[in-house]
Design a protein around this ligand. Structure first.
Ligand SMILES: NC(=O)c1ccc[n+]([C@@H]2O[C@H](COP(=O)([O-])OP(=O)(O)OC[C@H]3O[C@@H](n4cnc5c(N)ncnc54)[C@H](O)[C@@H]3O)[C@@H](O)[C@H]2O)c1
Length: 358
């Protein structure tokens, strides 16, 4: 049944969304080849239903270019450290570009040596981690994908924003079943979900964040003035510290609460990332590995269900089902989102986004 309070949806095909973003990016000085990578990555988030990290982030990224705190025209640079270790200097270009280059390098080292590890410094927000996991899966690799991010979470017992809501992601290919794709922020909810609620004029659940005075709130604007709550108390804040150790401390990027918020125009973000690609057939042949993954999948989704649960999912499966659906029917946006995007097109003389149906 359709909820009558639901705002009207405007459906855009993935192809039209990519074309639109490429035009806005190149209109802002981003080279065509880089614009293609960024467009693919942000649309991948919308296709998977991770609307918080999709094309609605484009206006904030373009604002950073206009404010001179994101390098639109440059490209990241790869330095080989050992045969299995490389470093990417993002040169303050899009996080998508540094991450794409980093995972490509990790995959290529793993193809030859079984493992590849890449540290990325001076990068930016790369949106949804799962697209990087998918990049490794497409090459038949297992992977770890870590990043740090701007201060939003208190550590356990604290009330000041210190650690990022930094997602932990990893993946492994399977045979006939869905691959394993874990991509989760160590907060009760990703901060992007609060920005989305604010944009859409919606309330948020009271266990997501505290306001500036340390009180639970359902108002997204008040939550953005306060702190996000970590999942699982001290365990969630410890996972966030782990992302900072591997992505910030190790790389030479900002850490310990010094990554700049993507909506703060005062200086570059200086985000760090950490990627590992692993060949899955290092200890047995590939068929056996895949059969074992398929067996694990079946054990998980067929385990006994708790009361009220109709279906069990493997990590990443819900998003993969959403992707199949949205590839068929288009990606739904609300009017305010379409208008915001078209304003960006207007600024650079690009065509408006093509809506296929409402
Ligand atoms: N780049 C950044 O700085 C940044 C920061 C925060 C979040 N993010 C992105 O935001 C996105 C959202 O993060 P999130 O933590 O809100 O994700 P989420 O809570 O929606 O999902 C987390 C994980 O749980 C799994 N899951 C969810 N419901 C499930 C169910 N019913 N059964 C089985 N598995 C289930 C998902 O498949 C996923 O692997 C992620 O893509 C993340 O990368 C990015």
């Amino acid at each position: 049944m359709t909820d009558s309070t639901e705002p009207k949806k405007f459906y855009v095909t993935a192809g039209n969304a990519r074309t639109f973003i490429r035009a806005v990016l190149t209109g802002n000085g981003v080279p065509q080849e880089n614009a293609t990578i960024v467009a693919d990555c942000v649309v991948a988030a919308d296709l998977r239903g991770v609307d918080t990290h999709g094309i609605n982030r484009i206006p904030s990224y373009m604002a950073r270019i206009r404010q001179g705190v994101l390098n639109a025209t440059g490209s990241p640079e790869l330095h080989q450290i050992t045969r299995v270790v490389a470093q990417v200097d993002g040169h303050n270009t899009f996080g998508f570009l540094s991450a794409h280059l980093g995972m490509s390098s990790a995959v290529s080292m793993a193809q030859t040596y079984g493992i590849g590890m890449v540290s990325v410094k001076h990068s930016n927000h790369f949106g949804m981690s799962a697209w990087i996991v998918q990049q490794a899966l497409d090459a038949g690799m297992m992977c770890l994908v870590f990043t740090n991010s701007s201060a939003a979470l208190p550590v356990w017992g604290g009330r000041e924003k210190l650690m990022g809501v930094s997602p932990i992601a990893c993946g492994a290919p399977a045979g006939r079943t869905k691959p394993f794709i874990l991509d989760m922020a160590p907060s009760v909810a990703a901060r992007g979900k609060i920005y989305k609620a604010k944009r859409r004029g919606e309330k948020i659940p009271v266990d997501w964040a505290l306001d500036a005075e340390g009180r639970p709130t359902d108002d997204p604007a008040a939550a953005l003035e306060g702190v996000m709550l970590p999942m699982g108390g001290p365990k969630g804040s410890a996972l966030s510290i782990m992302m900072d150790v591997f992505s910030g401390v190790l790389s030479g990027s900002a850490f310990a609460g010094h990554v700049t918020n993507p909506y703060d125009p005062s200086r570059p973000a200086d985000v760090g990332h950490f990627f590992v690609a692993i060949k899955p057939d290092l200890f047995m042949d590939l068929e056996e590995f895949k059969e074992r993954m398929d067996y694990l999948y079946q054990r998980v989704v067929r385990s006994e269900r708790m009361a009220g649960v109709n279906r069990m999912f493997f990590p990443g499966e819900i998003e993969q089902l959403t992707q199949e659906e949205r590839t068929r029917s288009g990606i739904p946006y609300v009017q305010a989102e379409i208008e915001e995007l078209n304003k960006e097109a207007e600024l650079v003389g690009a065509e408006e986004i093509v809506v296929s149906h409402c």
